[in-house]
Design a protein around this ligand. Structure first.
Ligand SMILES: Cc1ncc(COP(=O)(O)O)c(C=O)c1O
Length: 488
């Protein structure tokens, strides 16, 4: 038999060195590759390999071609899209999970993994203040979690819809309506489409000047839909909206949902982690009243991709009503265990990775206090950045800092006469200059119809000096932009 033990030992040593080297150079490494898509294609343009080559050679390609052109997401200078520096233990947990290669679909094929998954879900439910009977399932991310939540909402609302489809129910052509703010994540739009409700039946409710869903308009829309013979199905609140990081008024949304008998979902893919902090937990007030909650450990809990979760207050029964099925080869007698740990019954996935391991290890490693400390520091750093933006004469902050996101415009005196499209180009040009510098990466989004710069502090390595460097970089690049006349 091949000596896999020796092979793992040798590979482990080589890979450990690569990872350690990457992290040693992290602070000074470029944040973003300069290569274009076609340059990248050229590097990897090879036919299907006929003859195998050594692991050493392949790892050499990894360090030579993959790493230098990877987005440096773990960098303390990456201020992007809710993508975190991964915790070292969680990175290695992924390797351990791959090594024992559990298939977390049925308990029989993953006895310890399934029980650990249930434990991790229990902890997440406890974190957000859910009752004992609550349950959930790990997912590939927030998109899948939102889809599962809306499927539960749909199936609860309409008898027979799961088995017979919409057309065969008493619903006929009546439309089911889902409500969310216009700032909601696009996965909600995909979800209503996949569930056969139709994208046009996701009502996007306008937001107020702080980008919170307008509860008054929501109420009016629900009434109007009722009058028009439509069936209001679900309202989804945001806890950490993608563009702004804001948290909707969840308690008020819970009240609207209760009054109108709607399913209440909270997309806390990012902001759910506020629950770790006693100081910031109050922003989530009302989340415990939600019928379902999305929370992504691969966002503000610093585990590597891909790892999301959906939690359901009503417990396992709700998920099983929506997804349970018993194929012969996984029948209960043959499963040989407790079917309540068969996670294929709780979502659409069959084969499932042992993702619970990295969350289990991360939560044990940091504890609630460790998470709280990081999250509080990141919010404090974001407020520090926002205060410096407020002091600057060339930048204008847009919206509030409620999590670790700050949005702002570059608006120097010389650009005050620009029209909207020119201002959009100016924001884009500045983002591009920051990107090309390799010294940091920030994103843009659109708020109030205008291109807006966006900074998210999502690395637990980021310190004040990094924020100072970012401010200096913004000042330098914006000055050059205007000097070169490329602002317009
Ligand atoms: C608020 C929110 N919900 C859901 C998602 C989707 O998560 P994922 O990309 O893990 O599918 C995102 C992604 O950024 C998000 O910001």
């Amino acid at each position: 038999m091949k000596n896999l033990s020796a092979e793992h030992e040798e590979l482990g040593r080589a890979v450990t060195k690569i990872i350690a080297d990457c992290f040693r150079a992290l602070d000074s490494a470029r944040v973003c590759s300069e290569a274009s898509p076609s340059e990248m294609e050229k590097i990897f343009d090879e036919p299907l390999p006929t003859k195998g080559v050594s692991a050493e050679e392949i790892l050499h390609r990894f360090t030579g071609d993959v790493v230098p052109h990877a987005m440096n997401i773990p960098s303390p200078r990456y201020y992007g899209l809710f993508n975190p520096t991964p915790l070292p233990l969680a990175v290695w947990a992924d390797a351990l999970a791959a090594a024992i290669n559990q298939n977390g679909a049925a308990w029989r094929n993953s006895p310890s993994a399934s029980v650990i998954e249930a434990r991790v879900l229990r902890w997440l439910c406890d974190l957000i203040g859910y009752p004992e009977e609550s349950f959930g399932t790990l997912t590939s991310g927030g998109s899948e979690a939102n889809l599962i939540a809306l499927k539960c909402a749909r199936d609860r609302a309409v008898d027979g819809i799961r088995d017979n489809g919409i057309a065969a129910t008493t619903l006929g052509a009546t439309k089911l309506i889902v409500y969310a703010s216009e700032q909601c994540h696009y996965s909600l739009e995909k979800s209503v489409d996949i569930l056969g409700l139709g994208r046009s039946n996701l009502r996007k409710i306008p937001v107020d000047e702080r980008f919170h869903i307008r509860i008054d308009v929501l109420r009016e829309e629900i009434e109007r839909d009722r009058e028009r013979g439509r069936i209001p199905l679900c309202v989804a609140g945001a806890a950490g909206a993608t563009s702004t990081g804001i948290v909707d008024s969840l308690d008020e949304l819970a009240e609207v949902a209760r009054r109108h008998n709607l399913w209440f979902h909270v997309d806390a893919a990012y902001g759910g982690a506020l629950a770790f902090s006693e100081k910031h937990r109050g922003r989530l007030r009302g989340i415990e009243r939600a019928d379902s909650v999305t929370i992504d450990p691969h966002k503000w809990m610093f585990v590597p991709f891909a790892c999301g979760a959906v939690l359901v207050r009503g417990g396992a029964r709700v998920l099983r009503d929506a997804f349970d099925i018993t194929p012969e080869y996984l029948s209960e007698e043959r499963g040989g265990g407790d079917v309540s740990f068969d996670f294929f019954r709780y979502g659409q996935l069959g084969s499932r990775r042992f993702n619970a391991l990295k969350i289990w290890m991360a939560l044990k490693n940091l504890g609630v206090r460790g998470y709280a400390e990081i999250i509080e520091r990141q919010i404090e750093l974001t407020n520090y950045f926002a205060a410096r933006i407020d002091e600057s004469k060339d930048f204008v902050r847009i919206g509030e800092v409620e999590t670790a996101v700050c949005c702002f415009h570059f608006l120097p005196d010389d650009a005050k006469t620009y029209d909207g499209a020119a201002l959009d180009r100016l924001q884009h040009a500045l983002q591009q200059r920051v990107e090309r510098s390799g010294e940091a990466w920030i994103s843009t989004t659109v708020l109030n119809g205008r291109r807006t710069l966006r900074v998210n502090v999502n690395s637990f390595l980021t310190e004040h000096r990094h924020i100072d460097d970012l401010l200096e970089l913004l000042s330098r690049e914006s000055t050059r932009l205007m000097e070169e006349g490329s602002g317009e």
